[in-house]
Each structure stands twice: as structure tokens, then as C-alpha cells.
Ligand binder design. Structure first.
Ligand code: SF4
Ligand code: SF4
Length: 70
């Protein structure tokens, strides 16, 4: 059976992320989870404010809808 890859609207580039935690602090809905080695965005909680996309100091977070609306 072929593997089904779910479409994701947001992505964190782990090679850019330095786990500074800034995005976790700026997310108004606590949609971002981070520990020492893991960072995840729970898109079911995300209200698409774009704070984390703009505020990440390394540009690690991308969102399809963000680029579509600028
Ligand atoms: S703000 Fe950017 S660099 Fe910092 S933890 Fe979030 S994704 Fe990683
Ligand atoms: S876009 Fe806004 S609500 Fe969504 S994860 Fe980023 S900071 Fe949180």
C-alpha cells in the first residue's frame, strides 16, 4: 500500500531552528510545542495570526497561507 503523505500548511525547518523558544512565547493560542529536541505546530489550534512566521529569528517557520496573503 502506498504511503499517504498528509498535506501540511505549516512547516518548521529543523535545520534552521535553534530552539530559542520565541515562537512558543508569541503564539496566542499555545499551538506550538517545544522541548530540547522537538518542535511541533498543532495546526488545529492555530488561528493563522502569522506571529511565529514573522517573529522567528531564523526564518525557520513557513506557512502556505501566509505567503498567499501578502
Ligand atoms: S522562533 Fe524559530 S528558531 Fe526559535 S524555536 Fe521557534 S522555530 Fe525555532
Ligand atoms: S500562526 Fe499564530 S496561532 Fe498559528 S502557530 Fe503561529 S503564532 Fe500560533
Amino acid at each position: 500500500m502506498a504511503e499517504v503523505k498528509l498535506k501540511t500548511e505549516m512547516d518548521v525547518d529543523r535545520s534552521l531552528c535553534n530552539y530559542c523558544g520565541a515562537c512558543v512565547g508569541m503564539c496566542p493560542t499555545d499551538a506550538i510545542f517545544m522541548d530540547d529536541t522537538v518542535i511541533e505546530i498543532h495546526e488545529n489550534k492555530c488561528i493563522e495570526c502569522g506571529f511565529c512566521v514573522v517573529g522567528c529569528p531564523t526564518g525557520a517557520i513557513s506557512a502556505e497561507w501566509f505567503h498567499a496573503t501578502v
